[in-house]
Design a binder for this molecule. Structure first.
Ligand code: GRF
Length: 181
């Protein structure tokens, strides 16, 4: 069975969706470790409530050691607010996934939903992609469109996109585990 390690920095709602999908039997994977670069990340408590092992580290070499110690096959970035460096990229080539709240390659980087509103697009969405050395740039695995409504605020659009994120991230990981991506 595919062993995943999830990296977070904050509330961890995507992580929660993935752990729920595993628990419900929708996703054939085992989460062997959740690592946060922030000791006060709310997601750490959520991970513990699912019985997941957790760790906190900001040092990429140490993070690699923890992931290897937990026999991780695939790294899942879920709101991990750090650029992944060479140490992890070299050790996990094409084995790191991320989710981004836009239809890449549009609106890379921070505040993607705000960027979409500013650009006036009528459709945005979310993307699961492989991670490479550039920000939000790797090969696209799965995308889901989300309408941008006339009365949308950054908060309302973010909420609508997040609901789709929670659906497509477990799906994309399942496709990966079946060797379909
Ligand atoms: C999500 O919008 C995700 O697309 C982006 O960061 C946010 C993380 O949210 N990469 P959460 O921590 O999963 O709730």
């Amino acid at each position: 069975m595919l062993k995943i390690g999830i990296l977070i920095s904050g509330r961890g709602s995507n992580m929660q969706a993935i752990l729920q999908a595993i628990k419900a039997g929708f996703l054939d994977a085992e989460c062997t470790i959740v690592i946060s670069n922030k000791a006060d990340a709310k997601g750490l408590e959520v991970a513990k409530s699912f019985g997941s092992q957790t760790a906190v580290s900001t040092d990429e070499k140490q993070i690699l050691g923890i992931l290897q110690g937990h026999k991780v096959d695939l790294i899942i970035l879920a709101g991990y607010m750090r650029i992944v460096g060479k140490i992890l990229l070299d050790a996990f080539p094409n084995k790191i996934l991320n989710i981004h709240p836009s239809l890449l390659p549009s609106f890379k980087g921070l505040n993607a939903q705000r960027q979409a509103l500013k650009a006036g697009v009528k459709i945005s969405g979310c993307t699961v992609h492989y991670v490479n050395e550039k920000l939000d740039d790797g090969k696209i695995i799965f995308q889901e469109p989300v309408p941008v409504l006339d009365h949308d605020t950054e908060a309302s659009l973010s909420k609508r996109i997040l609901e789709k994120e929670h659906v497509i991230y477990p799906k994309a990981i399942q496709l990966y585990s079946e060797g379909k991506v």
